[in-house]
Each structure stands twice: as C-alpha cells, then as structure tokens.
Design a protein around this ligand. Structure first.
Ligand code: NAD
Ligand code: WQD
Length: 343
C-alpha cells in the first residue's frame, strides 16, 4: 500500500515540484489548495510528468469545517506537508491582517485537525527570513532569530513557535520545519514552475520576464553594499533540489528517525551569490542579455545571507545537486514555455 501524503498548497510553485518528487518516490499525493495563487490544471501537468494525477481538493484551509471533514474522510494520511500560505513580503506590509489570518489560521486549523485525526507528521515551509540580517555568516540552525522585517516573516517565526508548542503538548504530532533560502528555477520538463501574478517581487522571475521583453529593464536594488562586488548576496537553490528535501523529511518522520519532536533544517546550497553574479549566470546559461540598471536600495533588504546547510547534509543526507546556471536555464525554459501559450 502506498503511503498517502497530504500536500497543502500543492498546486503552487514548491508544492507542485514536491508532488512530482513524492509520486516519483512511490507516495500517493492528495492536494488541498484554494487556487488563490495557482491553477487547477497543475495536477494535469503533474500527471504529464509522472503518469499519475494527484487528487485535488479545492478549498480554503482556514475553513475549519471543510478541513475537518476532509480529515474525517482521509484518516489514512501518513504525513502532511504544509506549503499553503501567502508569501509576498511587500503585500504583507500592506495587508498584515490577511497574512496573519491566512498563514496562522491555516496552520492552527491544520494542527487541530491532525490532532483530532491522529495524523502524526508535519513538514512546515519556513524561510531564511526568520534570521533577518545575521551577525555571522553562514547561518546555521542555532543562529539567533532577528525580529521579523515584515508581517510575512513574522508568520514564519510565529508558525514555528506554534508548532514547537503543539509538539510539546500533543505527543502524537512530530514536526520538521524546513527553512528555505531562495528557491529558483523550474522542472526540467518546463511543465511546472513559478507563476508570479502581476509584477514579480523576486529577482529570478524579474530577470526572465525582462529577458523575454515583458519588462523594459531589471532594477537592481543597490550596488553599494558591504560585499565583495557591492551587490546583495543570497543563496539560490534549484526548486527540484528543494522538493527532494521534502521527500526525505517526510520519510524521516514516517520512519521515526527524527531526533526530537520538532526539528528544523536550513535548505540552501551554502554558496552566497551576488545579484550581479546571478544576472551573469542567467546570461551565461541562456545566451540572452539582461537589460538592467542599478537603482536605489529596496527598503528592508538584507545585505547578505547564505546557509550553512551542513545539518541537512548530515542528518537528512540531502544536498543540492543543480548548479546556479542549470537552475537559471530551467527558469528561462519555463518562462518561454508559458509565454508561448503552448505550455
Ligand atoms: P505559492 O504561492 O506558489 O504556493 C502556495 C499555494 O498555497 C498556492 O497554490 C495557494 O493557492 C495556496 N494557498 C494559500 N493559502 C491557502 C489556503 N488558506 N488554503 C488553501 N490553499 C492556500 O508559494 P510557494 O513559493 O510555492 O511557497 C510555498 C511555501 O513556501 C509558502 O509557505 C511560502 O511561505 C514558503 N516559502 C517560499 C519561498 C519562496 O521564495 N518561494 C521561500 C521560503 C518559504
Ligand atoms: C533577491 C535579491 C534583491 C528583485 C524574499 C523574501 C524571503 C523569501 C525569499 C519567502 C535581493 C534583488 C530583487 C529585483 C533586485 N521568501 N532584487 N531587483 O529578498 O532574498 O527574499 O524571497 O520566504 O522571505 O523576503 O528575494 O528574490 O526578492 O531578492 O535587485 O527586481 O535580488 O535586492 O538582493 P529575497 P528576492
């Protein structure tokens, strides 16, 4: 019998890639998504890639009644991966209540329903945003958390606290928080990828849209930072590598290999890359020039951050395999595919 995994937010960017990897590893995948930031046909694309169409339930996880009746009908779920959340940092500053309501309300409902239904394992999408601007680099899991820069970031810090308290109080629930650094790229099939609505906030979708001609120029937010070339530094990892970490985390919980009731792992490459290096990587990988202009700094931007992923390397046996250039090429192939209207 295949083990059944609930993937909330499974038609979204990281969730859809994770569904592909789970199916490839022999799991049955059930998705809950309200399609706030994704399309229902993603399950057909997952089908095209894997030969299996995951079951999709379309509802809002903040709706407790819907969630409870889902769990009543699906008591055989072995673990939950909780991606469903709003994720736009700038929007969260303008709409804090919506972010707290959605990101924390959904998590609280989910933990309550898991407790009632006796579902044992939770993998939670956390973020490097919880570290703010760290004093020492690279950051490891013991690095102190800084006050969140945005309501979005705060939902990840509070989300981790809610899970910690719940795993202490509810002996049946074990959890793993995965702190992602900067996921980029798309599945090599170019059938699934990131679908930013409107003007992208993140660097790589902005690069690909500019390269495609949808945007006149990429605004690079500052070149006078205290870094070797003056540009901000991040740790960009390929979304397929990131997706694979979720399969490992789920297995760790199912097999009871977790070393405490609530574990957390950094997921990154361990390599800091500047904005300029990221642009050069895209140009090298695709042969397409990016029209960019250096402008003012973006308020609240972290100057530099990259992961110490050694705990995940050691404990999960996971590490990133794709290079930055490979990830950039998949991001470009995805951009071309969605714009060609054939995808
Ligand atoms: P995404 O927006 O592509 O996917 C999230 C999915 O959740 C969407 O399909 C959306 O429709 C769904 N959703 C949101 N609220 C819901 C609700 N109340 N009920 C049901 N479905 C709901 O985002 P993503 O980039 O795939 O991110 C997944 C998770 O990873 C999020 O929790 C995000 O905060 C976290 N994360 C993302 C990044 C990143 O850079 N993409 C980095 C760190 C952490
Ligand atoms: C990367 C670099 C920008 C756009 C955000 C969230 C974080 C996490 C990942 C979810 C920075 C520069 C960007 C542009 C630019 N998400 N940039 N021009 O800021 O590291 O993190 O996504 O948890 O919480 O804050 O990612 O892609 O926005 O920026 O120069 O048009 O690219 O200044 O140095 P960031 P990003």
């Amino acid at each position: 019998m295949k083990k059944k995994i609930l993937v909330t937010g499974g038609t979204g960017y990281i969730g859809s890639h994770t569904a592909v990897e789970l199916i490839g590893d022999g799991f049955e995948v059930v998705i809950i998504d309200n399609l706030h930031n994704s399309e229902a046909d993603v399950v057909d694309r997952i089908h095209q890639i894997t030969g299996v169409k995951p079951h999709l339930e379309i509802f809002d996880i903040c709706n407790k009644e819907s969630l409870d009746s889902f769990f009543t009908a699906n008591k055989d779920i072995s673990a939950v991966i909780h991606f469903a959340a709003y994720k736009a940092v700038g929007e969260s500053v303008r709409k804090p209540l919506e972010y707290y309501q959605n990101n924390l309300g959904s998590l609280i409902n989910l933990l309550g329903a898991m407790k009632e239904a006796g579902i044992p394992g939770l993998v939670f999408s956390s973020s490097c945003t919880v570290y703010g601007q760290p004093e020492e680099l690279p950051v490891n899991e013991q690095s102190p958390l800084q006050p969140a820069e945005s309501p979005y970031g705060n939902t990840k810090q509070i989300g981790e606290q809610i899970i910690r308290d719940t795993t202490r109080a509810v002996s049946t629930i074990k959890a793993i928080a995965l702190r992602y650094f900067n996921p980029i790229g798309a599945h090599p099939s170019a059938l699934i990828g990131e679908l930013p609505r409107g003007v992208p906030e993140n660097l790589v979708p902005y690069i690909t849209q500019t390269a495609y001609g949808l945007r006149d120029e990429l605004k690079v937010f500052g070149d006078d930072f205290n870094t070797p070339d003056g540009y901000c530094i991040r740790d960009y990892l390929h979304v397929v590598d990131l997706a694979k970490a979720h399969v490992v985390a789920v297995k760790r919980l199912i097999e009871g290999k977790n070393k405490s009731d609530f574990e957390m792992f950094n997921l990154g490459t361990g390599i800091g890359v500047s904005v300029l290096e990221a642009i050069k990587s895209f140009e090298r990988a695709t042969g397409v020039k990016v029209n960019y202009k250096v402008t003012d700094r973006r308020p609240g931007d972290i100057e530099k951050i990259w992961a110490d992923p050694s705990l995940a390397n050691r404990e999960l046996g996971w590490k990133t395999l794709s290079s930055l250039d490979e990830a950039m090429l998949t991001a470009w192939n995805w951009e071309k595919k969605i714009r060609s209207n054939k995808g």
